[in-house]
Design a protein around this ligand. Structure first.
Ligand SMILES: Cc1cc2nc3c(=O)[nH]c(=O)nc-3n(C[C@H](O)[C@H](O)[C@H](O)COP(=O)(O)OP(=O)(O)OC[C@H]3O[C@@H](n4cnc5c(N)ncnc54)[C@H](O)[C@@H]3O)c2cc1C
Length: 440
């Protein structure tokens, strides 16, 4: 049976954890890998199971003396940005879904468009406060080593090296103490506070570049992705929205003339350099197809399309069928070739995402009768991604929906280490027991 509980303060959280009921703790419910529309049937067990809503935990924010931001409770990325901007500061991580909570962002090891310049959230987290299986509040620090040391962990860390340059790997990075709760998706405790780095709110300029459709001719895409890598210090984000994704906007809101578009946020102090050394030298792009956009239009365009795609799938009753694959820059053409083969399956689709990081979301928008065809295509794709040593789930995590695709990427060692961690940090198996750490 499923029970629902809204947790409104730390004391109630501690009390509930001490009761040891198996529970799923959620925040803003924007995860694309948890099927929230059918969560009760997905998680239902014979036990007395609880769905625990953390979105009403009391919230507060404070800039500390060391310049970091301390976030307590149910603070979203949007609220943090709005708190910081009047102080001349801003956040370094910006997931496209700004209503997600920052504490949940640590649990999912979230990233986002600004990762191109600033790296992932994990690298910006200094401390995490969480409630453990005994109901005790504990603080984890980035400056201390991973708290559980064993020979198995050494092998795990060795195997992780394959993925160390990706935003996220097919299994969490266990190096520092904070990593116990980063990317483990709430399976080892509940995060209540977090201390993250912030930065100055620098002046920026927004450009978008129109280019031919990637399905027909990816030459311009390839030229840009290779050349933009040299400008990571100057360009904050480099995103793609393809011509199909624009169709989710009303016609008068589409600036793309039926083409694909790359969006760039450039530090204004670096604009001349970026223009002269990068943009002006692009041989596959028509210089007349490069435009400046104001900041609000730029951000609205960027955020509204992924949201519309997600909402349309929910409306159609289809669980999101999107990819979250990141590959090495030198393998990007191979990834596009896989997506080109998907585009020929006769199923509606679109492509967008974090282009500069070689990390795109290809979304099928299937009718019910097309779903198994799309599943087969994904199954084959993950085999190819494994051969390329790419990262299959670079930012949205594994949740429940991606568990069926994991086997190409794990050895017995990951499974055994997860079991040891669960036994140590969740001996009663009360934290999200259906999560990936319990897979056999
Ligand atoms: C349109 C759209 C765009 C998106 N863009 C991005 C993007 O750019 N980058 C990105 O990384 N993600 C993105 N996402 C995915 C999603 O926003 C992130 O995974 C986000 O971190 C989830 O936050 P949430 O508050 O909604 O968490 P929920 O969906 O409520 O929970 C997600 C997971 O975290 C666990 N959890 C939640 N809170 C806690 C806590 N306090 N302690 C421990 N565990 C917890 C839950 O058990 C669950 O497993 C996008 C989603 C959508 C719909």
């Amino acid at each position: 049976m499923i029970n629902k509980k809204v947790i409104k303060d730390i004391e109630s959280l501690q009390k509930h954890i001490k009761s040891a009921h198996p529970s799923f703790y959620f925040s803003s419910q924007t995860s694309t890998v948890i099927p929230y529309d059918k969560i009760e049937s997905t998680l239902d067990t014979d036990n007395d199971y609880y769905l625990c809503d953390l979105s009403q935990m009391p919230k507060s924010m404070k800039i500390l003396e060391n310049g970091n931001l301390k976030v307590e409770g149910a603070v979203s990325w949007k609220e943090a940005r709005e708190f910081l901007i009047p102080k001349g500061k801003t956040i370094k991580t910006a997931p496209t879904e700004e209503l997600a909570l920052i504490t949940a962002g640590a649990a999912t090891s979230c990233t986002g468009e600004r990762c191109f310049h600033f790296g992932n959230l994990r690298s910006q987290i200094h401390n995490i406060t969480y409630v453990n299986h005994k109901g005790e509040t504990q603080v984890l620090s980035k400056d201390k080593p991973f708290p559980y040391q064993s020979d198995r962990l050494k092998v795990y860390q060795q195997e992780f090296k394959l993925y160390e340059n990706y935003k996220n790997a097919p299994y969490p990075r266990f190096e520092t103490e904070t990593d116990l709760l980063i990317g483990t998706e709430g399976q080892l405790g509940v995060i209540t506070e977090i201390e993250i780095e912030i930065c100055d709110d620098e002046a920026v300029t927004h450009l978008f570049i129109l280019l031919p459709k990637w399905e027909e001719n990816p030459q311009a895409h390839m030229e840009i992705i290779k050349k933009v890598q040299a400008f990571k210090n100057d360009i904050i984000l480099c995103e793609l929205i393809d011509s199909n994704a624009f169709s989710f906007l009303s016609e008068e809101d589409r600036p793309n003339k039926g083409l694909d578009a790359i969006f760039l946020e450039i530090k204004s102090s670096s604009f001349d350099k970026v223009y002269e050394e990068f943009i002006f030298n692009l041989s596959c792009v028509n210089q007349e197809e490069i435009f400046e956009l104001n900041a609000s239009k730029f951000h609205n365009l960027r955020a509204s399309i992924p949201r519309a795609v997600f909402e349309e799938n929910s409306r159609m009753g289809v669980t999101k069928m999107g990819t979250d694959v990141q590959v090495k820059i030198e393998d990007f053409e191979a990834l596009l070739a896989i997506y080109q083969s998907f585009s020929k399956l006769g199923v509606r689709y679109n492509l967008f995402g974090h282009f500069g990081d070689a990390h795109l979301h290809f979304n099928f928008m299937p009718k019910n009768e097309d779903i198994s065809k799309c599943q087969d295509a994904f199954q084959n794709m993950y085999k190819e991604v494994a051969k390329l040593k790419g990262s299959p789930f670079a930012e949205h995590g594994i949740g429940i929906i991606k568990q069926k695709f994991i086997k190409e990427f794990w050895s017995k060692n990951q499974i055994d280490l997860f079991q040891e961690l669960k036994q140590n940090y969740d001996p009663k198996n009360q934290f999200f027991p259906q999560g990936f750490m319990n897979l056999r």
